[in-house]
Design a protein around this ligand. Sequence first.
Ligand code: SF4
Ligand code: SF4
Length: 374
Amino acid sequence: MSKVYFAPARARHWDYSASQVAGLERLIEKMDFGSAIAEGEYVAIKTHFGSEGAHRIVRPVFLRKIVEGVKAVGGKPFVCDTVRIQGWDYLEVANQNGINPQSVGCPVILADGLFGCDSIEVKAGPVLGSVRVASAIHDAPAMIVVSHCKGHIEAGYGGAIKNLAMGGAAGRHRSGDWQQARGHLHAAGAESSVVRDAELCIMCLQCLHVCPTEAISEADGGLVVDSEKCWRCGRCERVCPEGAIRLQKRGRDEFQMALAEGAKAVLSTFQPGKVLFFNFVLEVQPECDCMPMADTPLVQDRGILASRDIVAVEQAALDLINKAVPLPDSLAEDRGLRVGQRILAEALGVDGQLHVDAAARIGLGSQKYELIEL
Ligand code: SF4
Ligand code: SF4
């Protein structure tokens, strides 16, 4: 049974010690950073920078506390994510969302470089074969995985596993081959491409505006998709209001397995005991932080979890969400959800439990945990 420490969100008395920030400090102390980080070691603090319009990320105040914890034991922290849109623009998104060296107290970088193609190929499982791990994560001797727990249209749930599988892989490959980069997790096979149904398309151009690679353009009164430029990120499909544009993707079960394999490949670049996990079960919105908006949360803030076991911390986060009361004026209410239902799975129609189960099956950790409230 793995230990998962928990700092609840409720602040029941008027004192700093009751704050969520103080709760995080207690978690940091309990996680004993010195046991995972040696003097002078570089430490990747892997988080998600969010998106223009998606502001419900792990706030800079929390990142700063983790940075301070790393520095306190002599580590050299850097906060990082990987390229989702063009690198320069993504750093600007981070800045807009309040993540910069001044706010967090250390360098803020793109782990796969400004152009998203600095990566090292790492062996993965039978679904993926291999993954191109972002070089700054690959080369870092230690890592703290700081994840915002929320829904995800394709994965059903996005926490630490998705943060590593998707976010630890490079955005693109120098050759332009999408199968050598993150798109490889979404789509399988050389025939995978984006297809548009002209009958359904209302030419709202949302897909064109959200595409990070300018692969979609207007032509002859319609749209064309440049298959060479396309990263297979799936953003166009997610924003299309008419279901008129689709990325030919992996099957659902295969994708869930791909997430587990991807996370395992990233973790395989670290020695045992060198990676710690913090799951922020706050502002649990239905969608990924890479979307151009953030809906209201499905459940009330639960708090922050910390563990050395990625599966245990993910299972604890899902359990906290599933036991919570669905909030009014949210997608949970729109779906008529009630207490006791599996909120993310029912709200999104995709069961994120599947990739947590898959991660346990391939030996990433234990689904049995002891929740220790601090
Ligand atoms: S999947 Fe869609 S949004 Fe993503 S790069 Fe390809 S065309 Fe652009
Ligand atoms: S988002 Fe959908 S409906 Fe709008 S232009 Fe693109 S394919 Fe057409």
